[in-house]
Design a binder for this molecule. Structure first.
Ligand code: NDP
Length: 290
């Protein structure tokens, strides 16, 4: 008998992650885990979904805590023996009027949005079974052309980030160099933009391309797909509720990628817009509507 399929959403207690979890409960033929860094907030969200008739399971997962990641990995391995869908949704964004020094904002944003996703993937991707689907929630800010600091350094960074031979370690160096430069105050001269969030999400998008290449060379599993998604500008705490889209509308793209049918030809390793269209991550253009 085939194992019951398992889907996991990070940062599922609110916002787009909550709507993705709800959508998976509704449409995915398998067990759905709502994970959250805070156990109370996570269990409250599960109770809210229970009232709507959905039955996600809960597990604590803080993507910036390696111990938490390891515990979750062990739990999934022992309970289910593998994983089929992983939606890397959890992230933070400093507000535009935040007064924390830029270097501190860079440290926090890159640590959670980039290294948190990377470390979660390093733990969980080996557990994924054939026909696995990974959805990395990026952003319109994650488009390569958003690396627009001083030229020609920015162009050199874009070339490195989009190189088909870029490795995870080289990408980590680019992210660490940004944090170092943000603390030193010369990130713009080195080609980086003036937004930590942009750098973190470009990192997530570049990581997605590397992950797809790794899956394509993996002979132990078939039909493994990673895509990175811009969910749209959504009414959540992150946007101080300024986004015009509902969380359900924001979940459309991520759910499309999570539920791609077996042996789908494309999208594979692509940048997906909120309306599920494929956008050229390297050259653009990005659609005018965010
Ligand atoms: P919210 O701020 O509403 O929700 C973010 C979620 O991530 C919360 O559940 C939060 O948990 C969780 N989270 C933050 N840090 C961690 C961590 N270390 N470990 C585990 N969970 C964590 O954001 P949105 O719903 O708006 O954003 C969801 C995704 O969509 C993000 O990746 C975001 O960058 C992306 N996005 C959003 C857009 C928008 O317009 N809203 C536009 C483009 C992209 P807690 O409640 O504990 O803080």
């Amino acid at each position: 008998m085939a194992a019951v399929k398992v889907a996991v959403v990070t940062g599922g207690n609110k916002g787009i992650g909550y709507a993705i979890t709800q959508g998976l409960c509704d449409r995915y033929n398998g067990t759905v885990y709502l994970t959250a860094r805070d156990e109370n907030r996570g269990r409250e969200a599960v109770a809210k979904l229970n009232k709507l008739g959905f039955k996600p399971l809960f597990h604590q997962l803080d993507i910036e805590d390696q111990g938490s990641i390891n515990r979750f990995k062990r739990f999934i391995e022992e309970t289910h023996g593998g994983l089929d869908v992983l939606v890397n949704n959890a992230a933070i964004a400093y507000k535009n009027d935040a007064i924390d020094p830029f270097g501190k904002q860079a440290e926090d944003t890159i640590r959670i949005n980039f290294f948190g996703v990377l470390n979660t993937c390093r733990a969980l991707l080996p557990l994924m079974r054939s026909h696995g689907r990974v959805v990395n929630v990026s952003s319109s800010c994650g488009h390569l052309l958003r690396i627009n600091g001083q030229e020609p350094q920015a162009a050199e960074l874009r070339t490195k980030l989009s190189s088909p031979s870029l490795t995870e370690e080289e990408l980590c160096d680019i992210m660490r160099n940004f944090v170092k430069a943000a603390n030193a105050g010369n990130h713009y001269e080195l080609g980086y933009p003036n937004s930590c969030y942009v750098v973190s999400k470009v990192g997530v998008s570049a990581l997605s391309q590397i992950q797809q290449r790794t899956f394509d060379n993996d002979t132990s599993r078939v039909d493994m797909v990673v895509n990175h998604v811009h969910p749209g500008y959504v009414d959540t705490d992150m946007t101080s509720h300024k986004g015009p889209l509902t969380i359900e509308e924001g979940a459309v793209g991520p759910l499309y990628c999570a539920l791609l049918p077996p042996d789908v030809k494309e999208p594979r390793g692509q940048f997906i817009w909120k309306d599920c269209s494929i956008v050229d991550w390297v050259n653009g253009p990005t659609p005018s509507s965010v």
